[in-house]
Design a protein around this ligand. Structure first.
Ligand code: G6Q
Length: 518
């Protein structure tokens, strides 16, 4: 059944005419009633503009769209990545199998094969890390998009747990200044370079690989002793003779869902130790099982997906800010931008029909409290209402804190998070229009105990499953990315204007020449 034809859609549309008024209704009882606890996280959604009736109808919407059945189909490897009746991808979606190493609960042959493959690659990695321990002090990961954002966000988030003398760096942009800035302070003799590209033909990544190889050759090093490949089997990069080691990405793992595959494993295994990386997998796996088996009223990623749909489709709010009150999650919003917008930024449904409703919102974010000193003005008093998702942790990672004026820094951080949630919801009355805060700015809080490899894995999977659930409700394909192809194709054509030119022409001219086709 299509989203807008679902019976609950009409009910929600009606309820959205009078959304819950947070300015008078946000009570402690409401907050405690609207709290769900699972996999070490609490989701507090009392500051969303929902009532029990709205929640029932949202869950009705999820049931009518069979989202739990669709989640089971995804996790068991049914072929769900396709647009019916049109040329499209035609694949299973099995990033969850990459972390299904713990209870071997794979429900199908396809999922078992993927999980066995992952276990084999992980074993290879464990051996590789043991064999090379002590030889490298620095690792540079070269990759872009899904082969960069997720792994980089995780590495930064877990800096507190990195092994001594196991530093990691990243090169992604084809801008030569990116590679030069990273290489400027590295001792290449002690550097391992991990080139990550599932397709093995991404322009930026291949260019940066050659850039760094050339630098090594220039100082008399043999790149083969330093370069590792992570790629798809049989891709143009699948050429073990050029690499110290080659690791493989399973075909059914999409780029933006690949941080827990070998795409993230080599770098994170080096930085955290193999067991540290396995903790990420364990956390992600526990959240995957929760997403699959918890009932809708207790299912964290599903509730988050439904609250997002309420804000997007019924309150008509086009954007979402994700604000971690955790400096370690500095790059996590950048990963979520890709995860969410590349997955659900779609204008057709799975049958190829143009959607008659809004799909994925615009996702953005920065850590708090820093954001409070920049864009919160618009969030509190601007003309656009921006729903927020806050992330916070009871304990800091380093656990080295100081009481200044009776409170620790961690207490100051969390006080700000809770205060912002309430201020946005309740607002402030004033006769002075300049000091008036309208309130009713919906937000929710995801609260954990401490950001560790395990909880980070669970957090990553929470968002992956939230995005998948939203796609299931909207009946869109969250797993392809046709929208990035056109620009890539034109850039290749544009590049041919530059290739082999003896004299360079003014750069801006390429822009016109291209359109004139000469
Ligand atoms: C992610 C996208 C995209 C991809 C990059 C890198 O889901 O497919 O961001 O990850 O384009 O691709 P390669 O890993 O093939 O180089």
């Amino acid at each position: 059944m299509s989203f807008t034809k679902s019976p609950s859609f009409q009910v929600l549309r009606h309820l959205a005419k009078h959304p819950f008024d947070l300015t008078t209704g946000l009570t402690p009882e409401r907050i405690s009633k609207m709290t769900v606890d699972a996999v070490g996280f609490k989701l507090l959604y009392g500051a969303e503009r929902v009532t029990d009736e709205v929640m029932d109808a949202l869950i009705g919407l999820a049931r009518e769209a069979n989202v739990l059945e669709k989640m089971a189909a995804m996790q068991s490897g049914e072929m769900i990545n396709q647009i019916e009746g049109y040329e499209s991808e035609h694949r299973s979606v099995l990033h969850t199998a990459m972390r299904d190493q713990f209870d071997k609960r794979q429900s199908s042959k396809t999922a078992s094969e993927a999980a066995e493959w992952a276990a084999k690659e992980l074993q290879k990695l464990e051996n590789f890390l043991a064999k090379t321990e002590g030889r490298f002090t620095d690792l540079v990961q070269i990759g872009i998009g899904g082969s960069d954002l997720g792994p980089r966000a995780l590495a930064i988030a877990l800096q507190a747990y990195h092994l001594p003398n196991h530093r990691v760096h990243f090169i992604s942009n084809v801008d030569p200044d990116d590679a030069n800035a990273v290489l400027a302070n590295l001792d290449l003799k002690k550097t391992l370079v991990v080139v990550v590209s599932k397709s093995g033909n991404t322009l930026e990544t291949l260019t940066n690989e050659e850039f760094v190889r050339a630098r090594m050759v220039k100082i008399g090093l043999n790149p083969k002793d330093h370069f590792v490949a992570v790629t798809g089997a049989k891709s143009p990069m699948d050429n073990p003779s050029r690499y110290l080691a080659s690791f493989y990405i399973w075909d059914f793992v999409g780029g933006r869902y690949s941080a827990t595959s070998m795409v993230g494993a080599v770098m994170l295994g080096f930085a955290l130790g193999f067991n540290g990386f396995k903790e990420i997998l364990r956390g992600a796996h526990d959240m995957d099982v929760h997403a699959l088996s918890a009932k809708p009223t207790e299912n964290l990623p599903l509730l988050s997906a439904l609250l997002g749909i309420w804000n997007r489709n019924f309150l008509n709010l086009p954007t979402v800010a994700i604000i971690p009150y955790s400096q370690a999650l500095l790059r996590f919003p950048a990963h979520l931008q890709q995860l969410d917008m590349e997955s659900n930024g779609k204008r057709i449904d799975k049958l190829g029909h143009v959607a008659d409703f809004s799909t994925g919102p615009i996702i953005w974010g920065e850590p708090g409290t820093n954001g409070q000193h920049s864009f919160y003005q618009l969030i509190h008093q601007g003309t656009n209402v921006v729903p927020l998702e806050f992330i916070g942790f009871h304990k800091s990672q380093y656990q080295r804190d100081l009481k200044i004026e009776l409170t620790t820094s961690q207490e100051k951080l969390l006080s700000n998070l809770f205060a912002q949630s309430i201020a946005l919801a309740v607002g402030q009355k004033s006769d002075n229009p300049n000091k008036f805060f309208p309130g009713n700015r919906p937000n929710r809080i995801l609260l954990g105990d401490q950001l560790t490899p395990y909880t980070l894995g669970a957090l990553l999977s929470y968002y992956e499953n939230k995005v998948a659930f939203q796609g299931f409700v909207w009946n869109i394909n969250s797993f392809d990315q046709e929208g990035v192809q056109l620009g890539k194709k034109l850039a290749t054509k544009m590049l041919s204007l530059f290739a082999g030119k003896k004299e360079s022409f003014p750069l801006g001219e390429a822009y016109f020449k291209f359109l004139r086709n000469d």
